[in-house]
Design a binder for this molecule. Structure first.
Ligand code: SDX
Length: 434
């Protein structure tokens, strides 16, 4: 529907049982407009049915825009390619939260606040002791981030703008510290405190990889690659985990609990867990000669195997994030000299899949998770940490979306309806009568 026609639309007419129902149109500044069906059930008695929300807008938002047909991703109107090239993750976090790129003084103040909230309460370290050393870092993040609710009871005052900003700043500042602690705990090394003289990403790298016995110098190329990965993962409209944060937040829950809910949803292999699943798949494939067998498995509807890191609900041409990361992956692999055969297998797999009619017809291209895992692996992160890094980055988007929802005058508690297909009413039968 071109903009001309879209612009002329002001209502949709829906006919049911020879009666017309009229619903107003909600216009967009880009992408699809929407039919406001909030009164559909009260006026017509029927519901719209849309499991997976393929054609349902859950909200209006000004934060991120994705054009799946043209491979476009904008954060507050800025193309992701420009931000990945020119910006920093903490500047992008400011942009997502406040809607504009910060002026120098605004950025200095924001960076100073975030830097001075990176430490966690020393009591929080005790939470890690309850986990086995081989606990998945996402299980640790769910538990520890949710536990932050107990340390900041004032966060429940979500309609106080300053309290909301305090929560947003704390979450942005502490996720790297907690993610690094989860990694250190898994390898039996001591936790490393933040170093306020480092950048946001440099500080995270040092908390993760430095050991007390040796000096640690942040590698600028690694810092730049991780900065790009965090920027590209920062937000993505109303994806499953962001929708989870919004739904949890719509009940007025403590924001730390809402972000913990988002972390839980992101963990799924069809969503944020895909980067870890992609590496596991590449290791299962092993050498390029095995690729055809796995391609055939991916095409077989009776086989649950899918090519992890391929396909996307919205991007039906290519994922612009994948394009940026493909270049970054090549540079990092060359720099770190990572000689794991999976890098060769990944390159071969991408070429074969891109020329296979099954994937072309279904518009299945490498997505952001296909490359991010390769880069993180080359930097030295274990695959179990990949989704934790995705959660660290997506926290910037989650807090911006949560903050937007809380201030949305049309926001109500999320309470979907259902189409009931179970047994209709019947009477209880005593045990000796059955
Ligand atoms: C993320 O929403 C977001 O924005 C998410 C994200 C973000 O930033 O928040 O972008 C991050 O989650 C990226 C996606 C990571 N997931 C994966 O890489 C897992 C592998 N991908 C698939 O699970 C799948 O592509 C989805 C879940 C990503 C999208 O699924 P859809 O849109 O519901 O598509 P579908 O499952 O209906 O598939 C359509 C067809 C089917 O075949 P047919 O029924 O037509 O025969 O394509 C096939 C599917 O079988 N298909 C695949 C496939 N993905 C889809 N076949 C083989 N391998 C795949 N990866």
């Amino acid at each position: 529907m071109d903009n001309e026609i879209k612009g002329q639309l002001d209502e949709a007419i829906f006919g049911l049982n020879s009666k017309d129902y009229r619903f107003p149109i909600r216009h967009s500044t880009a992408g699809a407009c929407g039919i406001d069906v909030r009164k559909l059930h009260s006026e017509s008695g029927v519901l719209n049915y849309d499991p997976g929300f393929l054609s349902t807008a859950s909200c209006q938002s000004k934060i991120t825009y994705v054009d799946g047909e043209n491979g476009l991703l904008l954060y507050r109107g800025y193309p992701i390619e420009q931000l990945a090239e020119k910006s920093s993750f903490s500047e992008v976090a400011y942009l997502l939260l406040h809607g504009e790129l910060p002026k120098p003084e605004e950025f200095r103040s924001f960076s100073d606040i975030i830097t001075h909230h990176t430490m966690v309460n020393e009591q929080l370290s005790a939470f890690f002791r309850g986990f086995r050393r081989d606990a998945h870092p996402m299980a640790v993040l769910c538990g520890v981030v949710g536990a932050l609710s107990a340390f900041y009871p004032d966060a429940i005052h979500i309609h106080d703008p300053q309290e909301r900003m305090n929560s947003c700043h704390r979450l942005l500042a502490k996720l790297p510290t907690i993610a690094a602690m989860a990694y250190k705990y898994s390898v039996g090394q001591p936790f490393v405190y933040p170093d306020n003289s480092l950048s946001y990403v440099g500080n995270f790298l040092r908390m993760t990889f430095s050991i007390p016995a040796e000096p640690y110098i942040v590698d600028p190329l690694v810092e730049s690659a991780l900065n790009k990965i965090f920027i590209l993962h920062a937000d993505h409209e109303q994806n499953a985990s962001t929708s989870t944060v919004r739904l949890a937040g719509s009940s007025g829950a403590n924001p730390y609990a809402c972000i913990a809910a988002g972390i839980a949803c992101l963990w799924g292999p069809a969503h944020g867990g895909a980067n870890e699943a992609t590496l596991a798949m590449l290791k299962e494939i092993g050498t390029p000669k095995n690729i055809p067998h796995f391609i055939e498995r991916a095409k077989n509807r009776d086989d649950p195997f899918r090519l992890m890191g391929f396909g996307h609900r919205v991007y039906k041409n290519y994922d612009p994030r994948a394009r940026v990361l493909a270049k970054t992956a090549a540079a990092i692999i060359e720099r770190t000299g990572a000689d794991d055969p999976i890098f060769e297998t990944a390159r071969e797999l991408e070429q074969i899949a891109r020329n296979d009619s099954y994937f072309i017809e279904r518009q299945l291209y490498p997505n952001v998770d296909f490359y991010s895992g390769l880069i993180l692996s080359a930097i030295g992160f274990p695959t179990s940490m990949f989704t934790a890094l995705f959660a660290l980055a997506r926290t910037a988007g989650w807090i911006a979306q949560w903050n937007e929802m809380i201030t949305d005058p049309e926001q109500k508690i999320g309470r979907p309806r259902q189409i009931y297909t179970g047994t209709t009413q019947r009477d209880y039968v005593d045990l000796d009568q059955r």
